[in-house]
Design a binder for this molecule. Structure first.
Ligand code: NCD
Ligand code: ZN
Length: 356
């Protein structure tokens, strides 16, 4: 039996408020525990989006009643909320800036709207940016100009990981995360077709990339600070519709997929511990969880089945994939929270990592 620290996922979409038919704090944090995560940081692109005190209260009230693992809630950067977002920083996980095409209404296209956020948001938390390709270069320039930490969400391209590497070498305060689906899946659409053709269930932002991009991520593991799931549940009916929303569930598949890569000799157990516990804890300034660990049976081989998952969305892009390594037990703050497929803590057991 392998013992891991409680894993931290700095990037999940729990869909509350507004789309609880896809997920809510109860189902999403149950999925987290089943996947070996004891802290999840929830994104603000809900309905309504979380961008001020009253919308933040909607999310935090729901989380307080329903969450089964510990959590933090991001606030979204809007065109006019730089001051209030900064004043709420003590109660949120961090500030999320949507700078590229995504699901929801929080996108900030005009770079002059980024400036007040970079000026005002406290440096004790990173600004997390959804910024792809050249937009990512722009946001790294902002980090350099304002000399403050930024965290690049879901890096997927060779040009991105190489630029982050170069920026780190020059002392710019940039960290980044990569999602399992960008490490294990390749686009089936040619580079020219990508973005023009609908990819059905495989729609995700950032899009699945080329083999060359995937190889560059694996070749630069030391540049990757965190593995994050970007757990973005949409129902199967929505994914199979004419206009499929982008996003994959990922909380229950990340650890088994990554443990399988350890078994294959592509990753080390130390990579898992640093990128799924120590680094996210440091980057996001998260509290220690006493008496918290995850027990994993390293030798169990099985196939991933959506029907066995806690996420409400009812599907996984990894259906039938063979993996090695199963979460047996999760102890969270002294209590057995998950054991052999069952959630054993009540809704409301989870605590806000920002302490309210
Ligand atoms: C996310 C979602 O559905 O909320 N979708 C996705 O494809 N990753 C939005 C996002 O993270 O940009
Ligand atoms: Zn996301």
């Amino acid at each position: 039996m392998l013992k891991l620290p409680g894993l931290i996922d700095p990037h999940v979409h729990l869909r509350e408020p507004g789309a609880t038919h896809k997920e809510d704090f109860d189902s999403g944090t149950s999925a987290a525990l089943a996947g070996g995560f004891t802290i999840v940081l929830a994104m603000p692109n809900t309905k309504p989006p979380i961008f001020d005190a009253s919308t933040l209260k909607l999310a935090l009230d729901a989380a307080k009643q329903k969450a089964r693992c510990d959590y933090g809630q991001y606030i979204g950067a809007g065109p006019e909320n730089a001051k209030s977002a900064a004043s709420l920083s003590g109660t949120v996980a961090g500030l999320k800036m949507y700078l590229d095409s995504t699901f929801g209404e929080l996108r900030l296209d005009d770079m002059s709207l980024w400036m007040p956020h970079f000026e005002k948001y406290p440096r004790s938390q990173p600004i997390v940016a959804h910024s792809e390709s050249r937009t990512m270069a722009a946001v790294i320039l902002f980090a350099a100009m304002y000399d403050r930490p930024i965290h690049i969400a879901h890096v997927s391209l060779k040009e991105e990981i190489l630029l982050i590497k170069a920026a780190k070498e020059r002392g710019i305060k940039v960290t980044c995360e990569v999602c399992p689906h960008h490490l294990f899946m390749v686009s089936q659409v040619s580079s020219e077709e990508r973005g023009k053709r609908k990819e059905g269930r495989r729609e995700v932002r950032p899009r699945l990339a080329t083999q060359q991009d995937v190889d560059a991520l694996w070749d630069n593991l030391d540049v990757i600070d965190c593995f994050a799931t970007d757990h973005a549940p949409h129902t199967l009916a929505e994914k199979d519709s004419d206009n499929p929303p982008p996003g994959f569930p990922g909380l229950e598949t990340a650890l088994p997929l990554l443990l399988t890569a350890v078994d294959d000799g592509r990753l080390t157990m130390n990579d898992i511990i640093t990128k799924m516990h120590s680094n996210p804890r440091k980057i996001f300034n998260l509290p220690e969880q006493p008496e918290t660990w995850v027990e994993v049976d390293e030798s169990t081989t099985y196939e991933i089945k959506a029907s066995e998952q806690f996420t409400r969305c009812g599907w996984t892009p990894f259906e039938d994939w063979k993996v090695k390594g199963k979460v047996r037990k999760v102890i969270l703050r002294g209590k057995t929270a998950f054991e052999d497929g069952k959630i054993l803590v009540e809704a409301g057991y989870g605590r806000n990592v920002r302490g309210s």
